[in-house]
Design a binder for this molecule. Structure first.
Ligand SMILES: [Zn+2]
Length: 264
């Protein structure tokens, strides 16, 4: 019996619009018991809530992703959405109002690819950390090219329940996160990404989760159409089991216990 969890993906993404029911059916068949879909702005937060109502497997996380970085993805067509213009405080109120319907706050954090707006990003992230503490939910954090800054902000906030999604910091940054007691989610591209293989070896089992970040980071990039989906999260579990020299079922049970402890 499968007890797998995809702790981070974007199920509202346009790439799932034609076959979302089939994608969720395959997840069920693969033994996935929970899929945490992450909103990143007002538009996706609302569609994420709808998906959580529609599919029993889907749990909602609502967040505010670095605003200008997302706008860039919208402009290039990488993430097709309406223009990303909104009032941050109003959106935070919306998330707080829906606290009973969410499993976590996120995706939020800092994106070092958008250096020029880092002060604004930090102001929003600070508010999201406070929000997670207020509603008593775990925080799902994006930290691309800003890992040390993210750890600094989390460290000075005293927040405890933190999931560092797709964390790509240097080894000393990973160690800092481990020492702080944060959780890490290993994405499915671990099948080819050596930094995640190193993390799988060094992060204690009690702080590990697995994610697809679907539709991104597919483990089957070369052989299929390149789209990732929740059913594929099992590839992360398998790789971790191989690296830690454990049975797949053992890894699965440990991550399941982490889920019960941190998210439920
Ligand atoms: Zn994401």
């Amino acid at each position: 019996m499968g007890l797998f969890i995809d702790i981070h993906c974007h199920l509202d993404h346009l790439h799932f619009n034609n076959d979302r029911d089939a994608v969720m059916e395959r997840a069920k068949q693969a033994g996935i018991k929970a899929v945490l879909s992450n909103g990143i702005n007002p538009e996706t937060n609302r569609s994420t809530l709808e998906l959580a109502k529609k599919y029993s497997l889907v749990k909602a996380a609502l967040g505010i992703y670095p605003i200008h970085a997302l706008q860039k993805d919208i402009d290039t067509g990488a993430y097709p959405l309406q223009p990303n213009v909104f009032d941050v405080d109003e959106e935070i109120q919306f998330i707080e109002k829906n606290r009973g319907a969410i499993a976590a706050v996120g995706e939020c954090g800092l994106d070092g690819l958008d250096k020029e707006h880092l002060p604004e990003q930090k102001a929003v992230f600070d508010k999201m950390i406070s929000l997670a503490k207020r509603v008593g939910k775990p925080l799902i954090v994006h930290s691309r090219r800003a890992e040390q800054e993210v750890l600094d902000m989390l460290g000075s906030s005293s927040i405890k329940k933190v999931l560092l999604h797709c964390f790509s910091g240097k080894k000393n940054a990973v160690k800092r996160g481990i020492d702080a007691g944060y959780c890490f989610s290993i994405p499915t591209n671990i099948v080819r990404a050596q930094n995640f293989q190193w993390m799988a070896e060094h992060v204690p089992l009690g702080q590990l989760f697995c994610e697809t970040d679907a539709p991104y980071l597919s483990p089957f990039r070369e052989t299929m159409d390149g789209r990732n989906e929740p059913a594929f999260v099992v590839e992360s579990y398998k790789k971790i089991a191989g690296i830690k020299k454990m049975e797949l079922v053992e890894v699965m049970n440990h991550v399941w216990m982490n889920w019960q402890k941190v998210f439920v």
